[in-house]
Design a protein around this ligand. Structure first.
Ligand SMILES: [Zn+2]
Ligand SMILES: [Zn+2]
Length: 129
């Protein structure tokens, strides 16, 4: 169990507790009839923290930006906290900046939200600050 737990802790750290800059993850759908693209902002820079997710109402990836005072993280900005039965973890959900409906943050995309296929491929990562 131990190596497994350490791996999990590392993967959580890599996304939620990045102190110096935020990460950008890009994904694209390999279904050529779909070509959905996603740019996911994650973590915090010096001034702001960003969180991205798919807004079902807007039908696109949206990014919410919050002040990053005192590095409190994104938790206090969540509009709700739900328990995710798929992972057994709690999940903070955030308000879409366009329509104000809640969206779940995305860190990895396996399924394409547009065509529904398991067709998402990860592109080159980047950093923002
Ligand atoms: Zn929306
Ligand atoms: Zn697709």
């Amino acid at each position: 169990m131990r190596p497994c737990l350490r791996l999990l802790a590392f993967s959580l750290l890599s996304c939620t507790l990045v102190a110096f800059a935020g990460e950008i993850h890009t994904f694209n759908c390999t279904n050529t009839n779909c070509n959905f693209k996603a740019v996911i902002f994650c973590g915090g820079g010096d001034a702001v923290a960003k969180v991205s997710g798919y807004c079902e109402h807007c039908g696109k990836i949206v990014t919410a930006t919050f002040p990053h005072k005192e590095r409190m993280g994104l938790g206090p900005h969540a509009v709700a906290r739900i328990w995710d039965p798929a992972t057994g973890k709690t999940l903070d959900v955030f308000a879409c900046p366009t329509c104000k409906r809640p969206f779940a943050p995305v860190e990895k995309m396996n399924y394409c939200p547009k065509c529904g296929g398991k067709t998402m491929a990860e592109g080159a990562p980047g950093l923002w600050d």
